[in-house]
Design a protein around this ligand. Structure first.
Ligand code: HEC
Ligand code: HEC
Ligand code: HEC
Ligand code: HEC
Ligand code: HEC
Length: 322
């Protein structure tokens, strides 16, 4: 494409944009914009936005019903994914955030772009994310299916706009719940192990000090898996899943035992292990996908992702045998 290697010698305004949009090489529509904006493209290709439609987990969940409800957020460039699989495969592409009526919206206009662009301050605010990251269940107004923005507002818009944490230095990889560093920074974890009778009681005190919302947030099937076992006895590990526990119908929330957003307090979890003479090993991990109906996720690997881990010595203070 003319003008790509040397963008300063780019074609006339309208022509550049049209060419960009039309240069579709499936599955990455970003090729067009990305030919000139390689840094954003390379980062975006690693993002969850890039695999919003093609991702194995999404495909497994969407597969059985082909529910059109999912399309505007996971394939915003497609009207009917079955008719136009290439448009769907673009996922949450450059255009989903930047293109309004064929004009590129940007935080500022340089005057050097070969395409029409318009300055739009809302690109740096929650307004750029809210349309997809905050939505109620279709049959239950007020009950969030994606409740992230409401959580963030209730916490006093903690940490600033979503972009502050999820686009550091304009990073288009949108690090989040799949990024090891983000996961490791999310929680403040205190683990105490104490003898109680013949058992060891392991107490986790969790605070979401590094997040701008509850942990986990987003998809209702996300959950933190808290696990502990006596050293050398992992076969008898105990675990607890923290998340939004949904009932029947699906939008009826039975219990929410996630780690609350900053300012909302702590989550305490206790696991009681049999025996009291060995140090305790523990892990916390982030899991994705429904655990209600494993058949739907057959063939989809979704190994929980590490958040924190450690060893706790059992408190020597003797507690009375009951
Ligand atoms: C032919 C090369 C080319 C293509 C294709 C292209 N851009 Fe640009 N774009 C530029 C250049 C050159 C600038 C000037 C600033 C810079 O160098 O980054 C620019 C600027 C921008 C800006 C900042 C606003 C401004 O006016 O400076 C944004 C945002 C942007 N482009 C997004 C996009 C998106 C989204 C697409 C695809 C729809 C796209 N661009 C396609 C070359 C291109
Ligand atoms: C209003 C927009 C919206 C709609 C409608 C929507 N999603 Fe999502 N979906 C999102 C957002 C935003 C995320 C990112 C949050 C996350 O990953 O937890 C997401 C994440 C996911 C994930 C990844 C979860 C993970 O843990 O990695 C799956 C799978 C998914 N959605 C399936 C679906 C299916 C199936 C439908 C239709 C029944 C659907 N979504 C409808 C916005 C939406
Ligand atoms: C989910 C929304 C989203 C997607 C998808 C996205 N961007 Fe951006 N982009 C933004 C936001 C928000 C900013 C401003 C970031 C900042 O400065 O904090 C931005 C900034 C930019 C800039 C710098 C100019 C400016 O306005 O600050 C360029 C160039 C750009 N994006 C190109 C692209 C390209 C190319 C793609 C596809 C490969 C893409 N973007 C995909 C949201 C998005
Ligand atoms: C057009 C809809 C749409 C818009 C607009 C959008 N997102 Fe997303 N976002 C999604 C979907 C869908 C996913 C989940 C993709 C998947 O895993 O299937 C997602 C995933 C993410 C994730 C990754 C979560 C993870 O676990 O990796 C982050 C972080 C994120 N979005 C932040 C943002 C921010 C910040 C903005 C605003 C600048 C934004 N998004 C705008 C639809 C959108
Ligand atoms: C103070 C920093 C901070 C702010 C502000 C913030 N987040 Fe996050 N976010 C995180 C961290 C850390 C994680 C990783 C922990 C996790 O996965 O819950 C995360 C995870 C996510 C995820 C993945 C879902 C999950 O829980 O695994 C999504 C989606 C997301 N954020 C969207 C948003 C949106 C939308 C906003 C703005 C309303 C926002 N975030 C504001 C720090 C922040």
């Amino acid at each position: 494409m003319a003008g790509c290697a040397a963008p300063s010698a780019a074609p006339a305004p309208e022509a550049g944009l049209v060419e960009a949009v039309e240069t579709v090489e499936p599955p990455w529509h970003a090729r067009g914009c990305g030919d000139c904006h390689a840094a954003q493209r390379d980062a975006w290709l690693r993002s969850a936005h890039a695999r919003a439609w093609t991702g194995a987990l999404f495909q497994a969940e969407w597969g059985p019903r082909h529910d059109p409800f999912c399309v505007p957020c996971h394939a915003p460039r497609a009207t009917d994914p079955d008719e136009d699989p290439e448009a769907a495969a673009r996922g949450v592409s450059c255009e989903a955030c930047h293109l309004v009526d064929s004009v590129v919206r940007a935080t500022a206009v340089s005057g050097e772009a070969p395409h029409p662009s318009r300055a739009d301050a809302t690109l740096r605010t929650v307004a750029a994310c809210e349309g997809c990251h905050q939505v109620d269940f279709p049959h239950a107004p007020g009950v969030g299916l994606q409740d992230t923005v409401r959580e963030w507002r209730a916490a006093g818009e903690i940490g600033g706009a979503c972009q502050t944490c999820h686009m550091p230095d304009g990073d288009h990889a949108f690090p989040g719940g799949h990024d090891p560093a983000m996961l490791a920074s999310a929680l403040d974890v205190v683990v105490q192990a104490e003898r109680e009778g013949l058992d060891t009681v392991v107490r986790f005190t969790l605070r979401a000090t590094g997040a701008g919302h509850a942990v986990p947030t987003g998809d209702i099937f996300r959950r933190l898996v808290v696990r502990a076992w006596r050293e050398g006895d992992e076969a008898r590990a105990l675990e607890r899943e923290l998340g939004r526990h949904m009932g029947h119908p699906l939008w009826r929330e039975v219990r929410d035992d996630r780690v609350p957003a900053p300012g909302g307090g702590e989550r305490v979890v206790e696991l009681r292990l049999l025996g009291r003479d060995r140090p305790v090993r523990w892990t916390i991990a982030m899991a994705s996908g429904s655990s209600h109906d494993p058949r739907r996720l057959e063939g989809v690997t979704h190994t929980p992702r590490p958040v924190a881990s450690g060893v706790a010595q059992v408190d020597e203070r003797p507690t009375p045998l009951r």
